[in-house]
Ligand binder design. Structure first.
Ligand code: PGA
Length: 263
């Protein structure tokens, strides 16, 4: 199998928005407007919308993801959804460790590690989020926080097991705030994360690691972010709820990128 693992990816995170009817309508609009997108395009939708969106985008280029999962395979876990159930409903991707899950629902690095294991075992493509808060950035802890999140979240895996992994750098201060990291700020952190991935899993692994940026990505700033050498895509919240804005992001325009492969 030939893997071009740094193919760009633009993923929408719909969070807890939209009715089923609105979900189907938005998914179809995005499908039609992103047919010629330069990279992969994924929609991460609420659990309840997975099946209907799967049906609406069947046979298209769009990929479908969930926003969380539980690591148990089955059992008495009221309110939870397993990796197998996500696959059964039509998902190929899943977000893990979003800062809203960490902050509001108590997802710890250890939980993220377990969720990652369950996602990989079910052959879901995991999008694992890391990011520092404003306070942490102000007190110059950004790199140590990220180093810790990465090491703990990815603990215990062999590089080959993590081949499908997608990382997302989402500075908490940029999520839903309209304050985007500048391309230079984001590039600095992406380069750092790639170096850390190299330390943990080897340089070949790091060279092929896709790292998405997330946090107030818009149709206006996406091209400049995507032009950075270590930014391989975007995880888009607010702007993913509008077909035209999200399609413009997915159809980003940057000078041709040199292909890199996980070696
Ligand atoms: P935002 O959210 O684009 O609305 O800032 C990004 C995210 O939370 O994934």
């Amino acid at each position: 199998m030939t893997l071009n693992l740094r193919k760009p990816m633009i993923a929408g995170n719909w969070k807890m928005h939209l009715s089923l009817g609105q979900s189907v309508e938005l998914a179809k609009s995005v499908r039609d407007a992103t047919e010629n997108a330069p990279g992969e395009v994924a929609l991460c939708v609420p659990f309840t919308a997975i099946a209907v969106v799967a049906e609406a985008i069947k046979g298209s280029h769009l990929r479908l993801g969930a926003q969380d999962l539980y690591w148990g395979a089955q059992g008495a876990f009221t309110g939870e959804i397993s990796a197998g159930q996500l696959v059964d409903a039509g998902c190929s991707h899943v977000i893990i460790g979003h800062s809203e899950r960490r902050r509001l629902f108590g997802d710890s690095d250890d939980w993220i590690n377990r969720k990652l294991k369950a996602a990989l075992a079910a052959k879901l493509i995991p999008i694992v989020c890391v990011g520092e808060t404003l306070e942490e950035r102000k007190s110059e802890k950004t790199f140590s926080i990220l180093e810790g999140q990465l090491a703990a979240g990815l603990k215990g895996f062999a590089p080959a097991e993590l081949a499908p992994l997608v990382l997302a750098y989402e500075p908490v201060w940029a999520i839903g705030t309209g304050v985007t990291a500048t391309p230079a700020q984001a590039q600095e952190v992406h380069a750092f994360l790639r170096r850390q991935a190299g330390k943990l899993f080897g340089d070949g692994f790091a060279a092929g690691q896709r790292i998405l940026y997330g946090g107030s990505v818009t149709a206006e700033n996406a091209d400049n972010l995507m032009a950075q050498p270590d930014i391989d895509g975007a995880l888009v919240g607010g702007a993913s709820l509008k077909a035209a804005a999200f399609a413009r992001i997915a159809n980003f325009q940057v000078p041709a990128r040199a292909p890199a492969r996980r070696g």
